[in-house]
Design a protein around this ligand. Structure first.
Ligand SMILES: [Zn+2]
Length: 425
């Protein structure tokens, strides 16, 4: 039985830290003591560990925990495995042996998402609101039913609203004795996580895994043939989940091919606008497919719960309340669809950036392998036509488009501007 850390590809240092912390946590439980307060985590060892990529031996020696602490932040680029790491650590905390053996009920239920004392917050919309956070903090303060730890995992903690962040900060500042918060964020930059929350947390930096490590895992774990595994790992640019989808889902491969056909199609202004429309529509279709089924199920469940069609005393009041709840649900679903669409667009832009990066490295004759082996010829043709400068300008146009959408520019406007730059160069 592989242990719970087996899927953390190329993250040996982080896994080492988490194993030691889990062992310390188990020791805390055995001793019947409460773990040291979060304050004991000085900022200094963390900062040192971060600067030295977590490998500084003295920083380690000074680190108060090989031990356990109440609040952790997992940082790293998308796809590096932040939430995978957080879940694996949660499993190790709930593990009957304190190691994350992978086989005991504590490990098993945590990994399958059914452990009563592990809560995972996955933001559905563009941000995590204060009400959601308050409810969560309240529940997290209860005594763990399994007798070990209450674990709260917050994916995309960078999407906390300010008010939600403040609600969380209170809990992290005065943690209940058996509660552990695991936050996931792209980085510890103040744009991603507030300085005050960060100062209460220990940071576990994850790195972008090397394509070889990702390919090896796809072959070992998912039984992907080695050639396909290598191609998918390179094309996904270090994003483990994306590599797995490319290796296994023909629809994902088709969408990627459509995106990589864009550079060839940019023959004029009209074509540039058409390409922008096509990308938007593809992202909408992808997002719709991913949320539609869940949305219908939720609506049906809510209608049943509200007893749609009921009569008698109180029915009128119930209906008024029901309308409000349905409206709430629709609002949440709309927000989730917007997020899914943005994510789909972002994946397309990352693929496109990979193409122009290939053209750039070829123009510079840099000794690196291309991201997209299947469009390498096209990128080489681009490199000849544009030179390094032209390729760089196009790569920048793609990255600017990503940044603009992240900053809430309407996607269509950002994409049209990008396509025009890609065409004109
Ligand atoms: Zn276990």
């Amino acid at each position: 039985m592989p242990d719970v850390f087996a899927d953390l590809v190329g993250q040996e240092e982080a896994v080492d830290t988490l194993r030691r912390a889990a062992a310390a946590a188990a020791a805390v439980l055995r001793a019947g003591a409460v773990p040291p307060p979060t304050d004991a985590v000085g900022d200094e060892p963390d900062a040192l560990a971060e600067e030295a990529g977590g490998a500084h031996p003295e920083a380690r020696a000074a680190d108060p925990g090989a031990g356990m602490t109440h609040a952790w932040i997992f940082t790293g680029p998308p796809g590096s495995g932040r939430s995978v790491a957080a879940r694996a650590f949660a499993a190790a905390l709930q593990c009957a042996y304190g190691t994350g053996c992978g086989g005991c009920p504590g490990c098993h239920t945590t990994m399958t998402g059914t452990h009563a004392d592990v809560r995972m917050v996955v933001p559905e919309g563009l941000s995590i609101g204060v009400n959601e956070m308050r409810a969560l903090v309240l529940r997290a303060a209860s005594t763990p039913s399994g007798g070990r730890w209450q674990v709260v995992i917050i994916e995309d903690a960078d999407r906390l609203t300010e008010a939600a962040g403040n609600a969380l900060l209170k809990a992290v500042e005065e943690p209940p004795p058996r509660t552990v918060f695991l936050l996931c964020a792209p980085s510890t930059h103040p744009d991603d996580i507030s300085v005050t929350i960060r100062s209460r947390c220990r940071v576990v930096p994850l790195r972008q895994p090397a394509p070889d490590a990702v390919a090896e895992m796809l072959a070992r774990r998912d039984g992907v043939v080695p050639d396909v595994a290598r191609w998918a790992a390179a094309a996904a640019q270090g994003h483990v989940g994306r590599a797995r989808r490319l290796a296994r889902d023909p629809e994902a491969r088709k969408r990627r091919e459509a995106v990589l056909a864009v550079p060839r199609r940019l023959t004029g202004v009209g074509a540039a606008f058409d390409a922008a429309s096509a990308l938007i529509e593809a992202a909408e279709a992808e997002a719709e497919a991913s949320v539609a089924e869940a949305a219908a199920t939720e609506r049906a469940a809510l209608e049943t719960a509200l007893g749609a069609g009921g009569t008698g005393r109180g029915a009128a009041g119930a209906i008024r309340g029901a309308a409000g709840q349905l409206k709430d649900l629709e609002k949440r679903q709309k927000s989730r669809a917007t997020r899914a669409q943005r994510d789909a667009l972002d994946r397309a832009l990352v693929d496109l950036a990979g193409f122009y990066r290939d053209a750039l490295t070829m123009a510079l004759r840099a000794p690196v392998s291309p991201v997209h082996t299947d469009t390498a010829e096209l990128a080489a043709a681009g490199a000849q036509k544009w030179d390094a400068e032209g390729a760089l300008r196009r790569l920048e146009a793609v990255l600017e488009c990503r940044a603009a959408i992240e900053a809430n520019v309407k996607p269509r406007i950002a994409l049209e501007a990008m396509m025009l730059s890609l065409w004109k160069g």
